[in-house]
Design a binder for this molecule. Structure first.
Ligand code: SF4
Length: 227
């Protein structure tokens, strides 16, 4: 693993990420962020549930499925009381909805039994819950608790590598490398920003380099075909 340009100034990061935000558009909001923003104060339980539903699922499906489930079960105790089959029906057609329904119910029961229904606020405790990996845990820490954490999904792994900000092979390495180079204030919003950018401009296959505000400075590491 190698990080690059670790001496990049805060002003330079602001310029880069500002350009990306402008390209994404201000109305972009990933479904998990929309679910998190739906209550006056951040609710880690809502973030945890919607993030689990979002895995391998399109944003529109995630938002609708999370809304259905959280309307019926707004707390861990409510969720633990629902039959697994009902949870599966409420989150259908989310990907792997049966597996997710089982994990959601087990997580809710664990939270009720061990923590009075509260979601934990450490990476170690979160990743000990069924079906919760680092990606989900970091999103819960960031969006649910406001604790600086970088949620590295496919976009957050791919795009900084293409741009040469980091040089890593795995999402775990990307998380560590980004923590070294990226100012802390961007750790939470970088996920939403790059998810939007990865869907609209720096797409997995054949990115839209002709529309990219960073095209003049991007080494396009690993890009073999672009538009
Ligand atoms: S120039 Fe192309 S590869 Fe580089 S960030 Fe922009 S879209 Fe992605």
């Amino acid at each position: 693993m190698r990080t690059t340009r670790s001496n990049t100034s805060p002003a330079e990061w602001e310029r880069r990420l500002g350009a990306i935000a402008e390209a994404v558009g201000t109305d972009f909001a990933a479904s998990v962020n929309r679910i998190a923003d739906a209550t006056a104060r951040p609710d880690p339980f809502r973030v945890l549930v919607s993030t689990l539903i979002s895995l391998r699922t399109r944003d529109e499906v995630t938002f609708a499925a999370s809304d259905r489930l959280l309307s019926r079960a707004p707390t861990a105790a409510d969720l633990a009381a629902l039959p697994e089959q009902t949870i599966a029906e409420l989150i259908y057609p989310a990907g792997f909805y049966r597996t997710k329904a089982g994990n959601l119910r087990r997580i809710a029961a664990t939270l009720v039994d061990n923590r009075g229904g509260a979601v934990p606020d450490t990476l170690e405790e979160l990743t000990a819950l069924p079906g919760v990996g680092r990606k989900t845990a970091n999103l819960v820490l960031g969006l649910g608790f406001g604790i600086p954490a970088i949620c590295v999904d496919v976009h957050v792994h791919r795009i900084p590598n293409r741009l040469g900000w980091i040089a890593t092979r795995t999402p775990e390495q990307s998380e560590s490398a980004l923590m070294e180079v990226l100012p802390r204030e961007y750790w939470i919003p970088i996920n939403q920003l790059l998810v939007g950018f990865g869907q609209a401009v720096c797409t997995p296959q054949s990115p839209w380099c002709s529309r990219c505000p960073l095209a003049g400075e991007c080494p396009r590491v690993g890009v073999t075909r672009s538009r």
